[in-house]
Design a protein around this ligand. Structure first.
Ligand code: HEC
Ligand code: HEC
Length: 378
């Protein structure tokens, strides 16, 4: 990796000291972005000195920005190829309340279009009013994530669908899924579709999960104002949004965990998880949601969570895994001011001492990530 710039090496050493391989590989994956960020002639001492906050920003010039990656084709697993009929079946299932234990909720009930395709409430509420511990995330570009859920405990969309369907989200119970799948597949409006998509197969839970996952892989957001800008339409972003983009990629260093094109490093390599302090403030240590640590059992993952995609973020309030931030500005302020200190906070998060204007510019930029697509059962 000869082209690794000085700044990244410094950051890499810092991470190696913390012994977090996942973070190192994230940073390695980010190398091209950092290369792009830095003008080659610059030889700054480490660590990079914090520039003084400036209230007014000159419009962003093209040369100040690294190359902005485009959203690629969504990866399709070999054992679940896409087909029109399977996607249509998955879509029908996604919007069907009969999938839940008591007919009260569909997948869509917690991933609503009007909530940016995440949840309405800070934490999700399942059938029979069961309170769930976390907020429902947006599903845009979910097909690019190597590990699903805030803690990455599901390795595929198929596995995630079984988890959501069998668990408290839908209340069916993992042991009852095959029976439920057979019931659904027998309904007159499903019979022909299952027979066409899975000819000659005895329908069970995996068929439902495959169809749901196929549909979810079509939830691609790749035509935002930002994408138009990245493709060369310089008028696609307002001056404020362009200044926000420069901050995002530079001084505010949001890019370290929310790298384009999906605006999350969780879409890179094996995924990425960071402790930002969300859910640790004023909570007794033994009651903190330990997030990724529950999956890996590593202390380094204590209260670490997946950085969500920021696509469509302006429409998906409330924010964070505990849904505690009601507005986008509040969420941005939290991140830009370094999160909550705790015993495991990521060294990539620090107070960037941004002015109010700069926070506004970041918010304007995030508004330019609004996805034009809509979720609808029609
Ligand atoms: C009761 C509300 C609720 C219902 C119903 C629900 N979900 Fe979710 N969904 C959530 C919550 C909450 C999370 C995050 C849970 C966590 O991380 O522990 C989530 C996470 C997800 C994720 C992971 C997203 C990511 O960024 O990692 C996917 C995919 C998903 N749900 C799809 C589905 C599908 C498919 C169904 C129907 C089978 C469904 N959901 C039903 C609340 C719900
Ligand atoms: C150290 C990695 C890291 C950095 C740097 C970082 N974030 Fe985050 N961000 C996260 C993680 C992790 C979450 C989820 C935290 C949680 O809920 O536990 C998150 C959540 C968010 C959310 C809420 C999204 C949602 O759907 O709930 C927004 C908005 C956000 N970040 C914006 C920013 C901005 C703007 C910056 C730069 C000022 C930034 N982040 C810098 C890791 C980071």
């Amino acid at each position: 990796m000869t082209s690794f710039p000085k700044v990244s090496n410094g950051a890499r050493r810092l991470l190696v000291r913390r012994g977090s391989l996942a973070l190192v590989s994230t940073l390695v994956a980010l190398a091209p972005i950092f290369v792009g960020c830095k003008k080659p002639e610059e030889k700054k001492a480490e660590p990079t000195p914090e520039p003084a906050p400036t209230a007014v920003k000159a419009p962003v010039t093209e040369t100040q920005l690294p190359p902005l990656p485009k959203v690629p084709e969504v990866p399709i697993p070999e054992d679940n190829p896409q087909s029109e009929a399977k996607i249509a079946l998955g879509k029908k299932l996604f919007f069907d309340k009969r999938l839940s234990v008591d007919g009260s909720m569909s997948c869509y009930s917690c991933h609503l279009d009007e909530n940016g395709n995440g949840g309405a409430t800070p934490r999700a509420v399942g059938p029979k009013n069961v309170q769930l511990p976390r907020h429902s995330p947006t599903l845009w570009n979910v097909g690019f994530l190597p590990a699903l859920y805030w803690d990455g405990r599901a390795a595929s969309l198929e596995a995630q669908a079984l988890g959501a369907w069998g668990g408290a989200n839908m209340g069916v119970g993992a042991d009852n899924l095959d029976k439920k799948a057979q019931e659904i597949a027998k309904l007159p409006e499903y019979k022909a579709a299952f027979a066409e998509v899975f000819p000659g197969e005895k329908i069970g839970k995996d068929h439902v999960a495959k169809a749901l996952a196929s549909y979810e892989r079509t939830l691609v957001c790749n035509d935002t104002a930002f994408d138009k800008f990245a493709a060369g339409d310089k008028s696609a972003l307002s001056d404020s949004a362009r200044a926000g983009l420069e901050l995002f990629m530079g001084k505010a260093m949001c890019v370290a965990c929310h790298a384009p094109p999906h605006f999350t490093t969780a879409a890179m390599g094996a995924g990425a998880f960071f402790n930002t302090g969300v859910g640790t403030k004023d909570v007794p240590e033994d009651q903190v949601d330990i997030g990724r640590m529950k999956v890996t059992e590593r202390d380094a993952d204590w209260a670490a969570f997946k950085p969500p995609t920021l696509r469509n973020v302006s429409r998906s309030a409330p924010y964070f895994h505990d849904g505690h931030a009601a507005t986008l500005r509040e969420a941005v302020m939290f991140m830009a001011s370094g999160g909550y200190d705790n015993k495991n906070k990521s060294p990539l998060l620090s107070d960037k001492k941004l002015t109010d204007t700069e926070i506004d510019q970041l918010v304007s930029f995030l508004e330019a990530l609004e996805c034009p697509g809509r979720l609808s059962g029609d």
